[in-house]
Design a protein around this ligand. Structure first.
Ligand code: DQA
Length: 155
């Protein structure tokens, strides 16, 4: 079964209370439940993790490489400046692993500093702007690439 690490960066543990007008009212726990449901409907085995720590995120990306897991990555603010996260993401996709960069909001439609993603250039692809559904679309893209079902039952 295709294993997918769903990795969330800094401040995403604050979903539900953090700027709900931008990020929605669902909590990180809600996100985990939705992602796990979508993944199992698609025949994927997903594990969701969140960290505020760049080193931990880098180590989880190394783990994905070493265990052959694909990755859905919301690097949060690290997106815009963290070259160590970019270099770790490149190690996932370099040998053929899939890494989909996701964002709840659409950074391109927000402040200028959010327009640059240092991760996007080494990602397989990017999904942004669909709230938690960005994760569903990313999982569907991975399932499609891995030859699994391409749509999951909607809640
Ligand atoms: C985000 C967008 C980033 O610019 C921001 O720093 C985040 C969340 C998103 O999911 O929309 O923390 O990655």
């Amino acid at each position: 079964m295709t294993r997918v690490l769903v990795l969330n960066g800094p401040n995403l543990g604050r979903l539900g209370v953090r700027e709900p007008e931008v990020y929605g009212s669902a909590t990180h726990e809600d996100l985990c439940a939705r992602v796990e449901g979508w993944a199992s409907g698609l025949g994927l085995e997903a594990e969701v993790r969140q960290t505020d720590d760049e080193g931990e995120l880098v180590r989880w990306l190394h783990e994905a490489v070493d265990t052959g897991a694909d990755v859905v990555l919301n690097p949060a603010a690290f997106t815009h400046y963290a070259y160590a996260v970019r270099d770790a993401a490149a190690q996932v996709t370099g040998p053929g692993g899939l890494l989909v960069e996701v964002h709840l909001s659409n950074p391109a439609a927000r402040e200028t500093f959010r327009h640059l993603s240092v991760v996007g250039g080494v990602a397989t692809g990017t999904v942004a702007g669909f709230g938690i559904d960005s994760y569903r679309l990313a999982l569907e893209a991975i399932a499609a690439r891995r030859g699994r079902r391409t749509s999951s039952p909607r809640p």
